[in-house]
Design a protein around this ligand. Structure first.
Ligand code: C2G
Length: 137
């Protein structure tokens, strides 16, 4: 059983996230996602639209995801790799090189980030769509 570990905020879920989760799962048999808590988002200077529990509910409904754990600090990865017996640590390549220090614990794979889509961009699209609806009312 090959176990894969990844982390993220996964706010306003979009196809870039799904692409990452799908490819991560394809590398093994069991995908664990460390989901940034609202407090850790503050540390990352990231404000998410959905709460941790809402984002957790959404992630747990995705067929590629087997387990969602809270990501509360930058430092927990080494513990998580050991505790969950992760064989591969996966991140999008916007993080290229940032987690190479974990290579003593497990394989590290950075997957190409899906271009042109982000949670922020998705929120812009939604706001523009709503503004257009109101325009024609
Ligand atoms: N991602 C992607 N393509 C996009 C957007 C995101 O492949 N268009 C990937 C990111 O590279 C990351 C994952 O999807 O691997 C989750 O992205 P975010 O929710 O933005 O996570 P981030 O804020 O990068 O947090 O300790 C690691 C951090 O928690 C990562």
């Amino acid at each position: 059983m090959k176990r894969i570990l990844t982390y993220g905020t996964f706010d306003v879920l979009h196809y870039g996230h799904i692409n990452l989760l799908k490819r991560a799962k394809a590398l093994g048999d069991y995908l664990i996602v460390g989901l940034s808590t609202d407090n850790f988002n503050n540390i990352k200077n990231k404000k998410s639209y959905y709460s941790f529990y809402q984002r957790k509910l959404i992630l747990e409904s995705i067929r590629y995801v087997d387990l969602v754990i809270p990501e509360e600090s930058w430092e927990q990865k080494i513990h998580d790799i050991k505790f969950y017996k992760a064989d591969i640590f996966v991140m999008g390549d916007d993080w290229e090189g940032k987690f190479d220090f974990l290579s003593k614990q497990c394989d590290i794979i950075y997957l190409p980030r899906t271009p042109e889509i982000s949670s922020t961009q998705t929120r812009v699209y939604i706001n523009e769509y709503i503004a257009n609806i109101n325009l024609y009312k």
